[in-house]
Design a protein around this ligand. Structure first.
Ligand code: F6R
Length: 242
C-alpha cells in the first residue's frame, strides 16, 4: 500500500484527478470504478477541468459505480445515479450507454446484484477503482463484518452510516435502510485502487487502516490484500497516522 500525503483536500483532489486522467491517457477505453459521497467531489471537479482545459476525452471510457441506495429511482435527487449525472457525467463527453450503476429500483434486487456482478466481470474488472472510506472503515457500503469474499450484494445500512449520509436528505427517516453494493471481493478484482481519505472525521479510520491489521471488522483493511493500492490522504485525516 503506497501512501501519499497531501497538504489540503484541494491538493488531494487534483492528485486523484491526475492519476485517473493518466489512466485514461494510457488507455482511452479504460474502465473506471467510481464512488460517490463528499470525498470524490473534488476529484470529479478536477477531471472536468482536465476535460475542459487539456481535452481529456472520456468518449471510450466505461464507468461502473460501487453502489446505490435501494428504493430510490435514478431521478431521485438523493440517488447516486443523480449524483453522478449532475456532478460528473453531464460535464464530460462520455457515452451514457457506458455508465453503469446498480439499479436500486429493480423489482428483484437479488437478481440485480447478480446481473451487476456479471457485468463487472464481463468488463474484465475495473482498471482503477476510486474509493472513499466510512468512519467505521466501510468501503462501498460494505459495513463491518462483511466477508472479504463478498460479491455484489444487498446490505442493511447501519445507523452510523445512515446518520453520516443524513446530511443529503430532509431527515434521517428519509435515508434508505438498504443499498446495493459491490462486494469486497468485487472491489479487490480492480487492477488498481485509489483510496481517498480526507478530513478530521476520518483520522481514526485512517490510523486503523495504516496500522495494518487485517480484519473483517474493518472492511478497508482488505485493501492490504491487494498489490496496487494508492492511499491519498490529506493532513487532517493523517493527524493520527502511525
Ligand atoms: C460511496 C461509498 C462510500 C463512501 C463513504 C465515505 O459510493 O461507497 O463508501 O465512500 O461513505 O463517504 P464520504 O466521502 O461522504 O465521507
Amino acid at each position: 500500500m503506497k501512501v501519499m500525503e497531501c497538504q489540503t483536500y484541494e491538493e488531494l483532489s487534483q492528485t486523484a484527478a491526475r492519476i485517473v486522467g493518466d489512466t485514461i491517457k494510457k488507455n482511452s477505453g479504460a474502465v473506471l470504478g467510481l464512488a460517490t459521497g463528499g470525498t470524490p467531489e473534488g476529484t470529479y471537479r478536477g477531471l472536468i477541468r482536465l476535460h475542459q482545459t487539456e481535452n481529456l476525452s472520456f468518449q471510450n471510457v466505461t464507468t461502473v459505480n460501487l453502489d446505490e441506495y435501494a428504493g430510490l429511482s435514478s431521478d431521485d435527487p438523493n440517488s447516486y445515479h443523480y449524483y453522478m449525472n449532475h456532478r460528473f457525467f453531464q460535464h464530460i463527453d462520455s457515452q451514457p450507454s457506458q455508465h453503469f450503476i446498480p439499479n436500486g429500483h429493480a423489482d428483484d434486487l437479488e437478481s440485480e446484484c447478480r446481473r451487476y456482478e456479471q457485468l463487472v466481470k464481463s468488463l474484465g474488472g475495473t482498471d482503477i477503482q476510486l474509493l472513499g472510506i466510512g468512519r467505521n472503515g466501510h468501503i462501498g457500503f460494505n459495513e463491518p463484518g462483511t466477508p472479504f469474499e463478498s460479491r455484489t450484494h444487498i446490505v442493511t445500512l447501519n445507523e452510523q452510516t445512515r446518520q453520516a449520509n443524513a446530511r443529503y436528505f430532509s431527515s434521517i427517516d428519509s435515508v434508505p435502510t438498504k443499498a446495493l453494493t459491490m462486494g469486497i471481493q468485487t472491489i479487490l478484482t480492480s487492477k488498481r485502487i485509489l483510496l481517498l481519505i480526507s478530513g478530521n472525521s476520518k483520522a481514526e479510520a485512517a490510523k486503523k487502516l495504516l496500522e495494518g491489521d487485517i480484519s473483517e471488522d474493518f472492511p478497508a483493511s482488505a485493501l492490504h490484500l491487494h498489490s496496487d493500492v494508492t492511499v491519498l490522504i490529506d493532513r487532517e485525516a493523517a493527524a493520527l497516522r502511525p
